[in-house]
Design a protein around this ligand. Sequence first.
Ligand SMILES: [Zn+2]
Length: 309
Amino acid sequence: MPELPEVETVRDGLARHVVGARVGEVEVLRDYSVRHHDGGPSSFAGAIEGATLTAAVRRGKYLWLPVSPGTALLAHLGMSGQLLVRDGRDPWVHPHLRVRLHLSGAPTGASALDFVDQRTFGHLAVVALVPTPDDAAGGRGTDAPLVPGPVAHIARDLLDPQVASGTPGRSALIAAVRRRRTGIKRALLDQSLVSGVGNIYADEALWRARLHYARATDALRPVEVARVLDAAEEVMREALAVGGTSFDALYVNVNGESGYFARGLAAYGREGEPCPRCGTPIARATFMNRSAHWCPRCQPRPRGANARW
Ligand SMILES: [Zn+2]
């Protein structure tokens, strides 16, 4: 599944290769891929044919390309979705191509934007943009205080300038985490609090911040919450730096993969291996139908009011 840094890599690639392009013919090869568009495939195509893609914006794992002051092409990649910029000189068609937008006037000469999705959990839709509740920019990649209606309930993510470290937005997020009565890992995974922190990033961030996953949010000091949010942001920025070339690799090689899993993880997936900091074997427990990994020495198990499982 694409993690947030990979979706940001896609957003950055779209900003460079398709923003400014005009949409020509739209081919919907699999109706299911536009199932969340009101009106069906022909309405979907009609809503963007002739429009210009004016920005590439992301909040959490949602991407959108505004096509008018009030509407945007919204994309969610799901488990296996990809947005691939195609060069007209290469006639190869991906076997899992679901939707193709023919383009003209793209800044780097792209001839089409392909939505490819093997498992079809992802989707595209043309949706209305609504004002953000906080009047701030809708996400990374825009100054407009607008967000697609279906994304309005998704919290900002840690790569969003509005909640960058040191901003009032980050202070508000720290306070919001401490108002919850839950465990810190549950809070990190709560998309209504902060979006885009998946299981891997949560475990790595908690290891870096030396906090056990069951530490009670309402018993953490502000500096401890700040530390784990900073760590989560840092891990994602490192993954982004590693994966930053993958979109351009996709441009020529559609089978390119993100470098994320090539980078070293300290805790996630390392049960029984020595903690890189202290050498204690990393522990693992079942957590929310997935797993939690931690160092029993660096991240001691909380007790009493300090614990919320
Ligand atoms: Zn350790």
